[in-house]
Design a binder for this molecule. Structure first.
Ligand SMILES: Nc1ncnc2c1ncn2[C@@H]1O[C@H](COP(=O)(O)OP(=O)(O)OP(=O)(O)O)[C@@H](O)[C@H]1O
Ligand SMILES: [Mg+2]
Length: 408
């Protein structure tokens, strides 16, 4: 299964490009589903079909869904939400607030991700096209499996401890509703599922993120930042879609400055995002609505190519060993004004870039090794760890000593 995620600044054309991709993919015979994760859905408007919170057929080889958080809460999250709201109410919160508070951050994001998991497990589709909300929300969605893991870890321990204490005080009246074993199992299942989704999303053979831009300065800057964060979260940014390019054929003097500006921005995009595969589409004379218009957009973007192809399989993280040092290389293409901090905690490396944080569980070769430093070379940050050889030498030295250090 291929997962293609379109992201970008508000209004650049994500929904239109996602719909055009899904239509073309279906025409090429791939079993395709297009999923909108933007709470302000516009996929229905774009395709001129009415979509809902359940998967429905659009045409041959093409299904669609607009994730409906209210519906998700009533179905998928019923048990968990019920327990949380009982728990909060037992702590003195009034019922209405308890119900609202029980919608913990990220539930709606998680629902969207679980659709991807369901689609992968059911093997119903060859291609999943995701139309997402503007950048900030989408970064939250894509960082979610990582953050949620931390959240659930703590939640799980908290409830398990509460249960232990409560069981030890048998016979006493406990005012707090106790989490049942089923509830704890639910939380454990959630963690397992998030891990599954994370593996899907960080596999370049499966998931590609495509950046949609317009030839405008502010759009380009936001896209550069998004590209960097996406790499940090382990996503393969595989291509860039330059949408709404004004035709050079316009001779009206009103557009002369605009065209000159655009030329400079197009050049910047080429230089900055090279060697990423670039798809291009011009500004159409009318809004891109309905299948015929979307077909026209797909023609411009993809020509005869299959838009579901993976144009890059480069993972933004890799391990390099040798010269007595182990290194972890992380692609961070545009470090702009954000502050970057690095530290290790047990077998986890934490990368904090501006307001975004990524915890990388270190692979066996690097776990427990001392962090030596980091160098930035072009788009790659190379983080150096003490190497196997150095560690082995130390161990040998220790074993060779006649009196153990402690005794001395
Ligand atoms: N190449 C184009 N030429 C002309 N109009 C376009 C083009 N691409 C998109 N549009 C139009 O621009 C508007 C915004 O496009 P779209 O909804 O696809 O953007 P979006 O990035 O999904 O927006 P949002 O961030 O609000 O979700 C729509 O009316 C769409 O029809
Ligand atoms: Mg949209």
């Amino acid at each position: 299964m291929r997962v293609i995620i379109y992201t970008g600044k508000g209004g650049v054309g994500k929904t239109s490009v996602a719909a055009a991709t899904a239509l073309r993919s279906a025409e090429l015979g791939h079993r395709t589903v297009v999923i909108s994760t933007d709470a302000a859905h516009s996929l229905s408007d774009s395709l001129e079909v009415s979509l809902s919170g359940t998967v429905q057929r659009i045409q041959k080889n093409l299904d669609g869904i607009e994730v409906d958080i209210q519906l998700e809460l009533e179905t998928r999250w019923k048990e968990i939400q019920a327990y949380f709201s009982d728990f909060l109410a037992s702590q003195g919160m009034d019922n209405v607030s308890a119900k609202e508070m029980a919608v913990f951050p990220g539930m709606e994001l998680m629902s969207a991700l679980f659709y991807v998991e369901d689609f992968h497990k059911s093997k119903e589709y060859d291609v999943v096209v995701m139309d997402t909300a503007p950048t900030a929300d989408t970064l939250r969605l894509l960082a979610f499996p990582d953050i949620a893991n931390w959240y659930f870890d703590h939640l799980f321990h908290m409830f398990r401890n509460a249960l232990k204490v409560a069981r030890a005080t048998v016979g006493r009246v406990v005012s707090t509703p106790l989490p049942t074993d089923e509830f704890l199992q639910d939380i454990e299942d959630l963690r397992e599922r998030l891990r599954y989704v994370r593996d899907l999303l960080s596999d370049p053979e499966i998931t590609s993120v495509r950046l949609v831009v317009n030839p405008e300065k502010m759009v380009i800057s936001e896209t550069q930042r998004a590209y960097t964060y996406l790499c940090m979260y382990g996503y393969t940014v595989e291509s860039i879609v330059v949408n709404r390019i004004l035709s050079e054929g316009i001779s009206d003097p009103f557009f002369a400055d605009k065209l000159e500006e655009q030329r400079a921005h197009l050049k910047t995009i080429d230089e900055m995002f090279s060697p990423l595969k670039t798809f291009r589409a011009g500004l159409m004379p009318r809004e891109v609505l309905g299948r015929a218009a979307l077909e026209g957009l797909a023609d411009q973007l993809f020509g005869d190519e299959d838009p579901t192809k993976a144009y890059s399989l480069e993972s933004p993280m890799r391990i390099i060993s040798g010269d007595g040092e182990n290194r972890l290389a992380v692609k961070l293409p545009f470090l702009m004004d954000q502050k970057l901090e690095l530290y290790t905690r047990k077998d986890v490396l934490v990368l904090q870039l501006g307001a975004f944080k990524k915890s990388i569980v270190l692979p066996y070769a690097l776990a427990g090794k001392k962090l030596l430093g980091a160098d930035l070379d072009g788009a790659w940050l190379t983080i150096r760890f003490e190497g196997d050889e150095v560690v082995r030498k130390k161990e040998k030295g220790r074993r060779g000593r006649k009196t153990p250090r402690k005794a001395r």
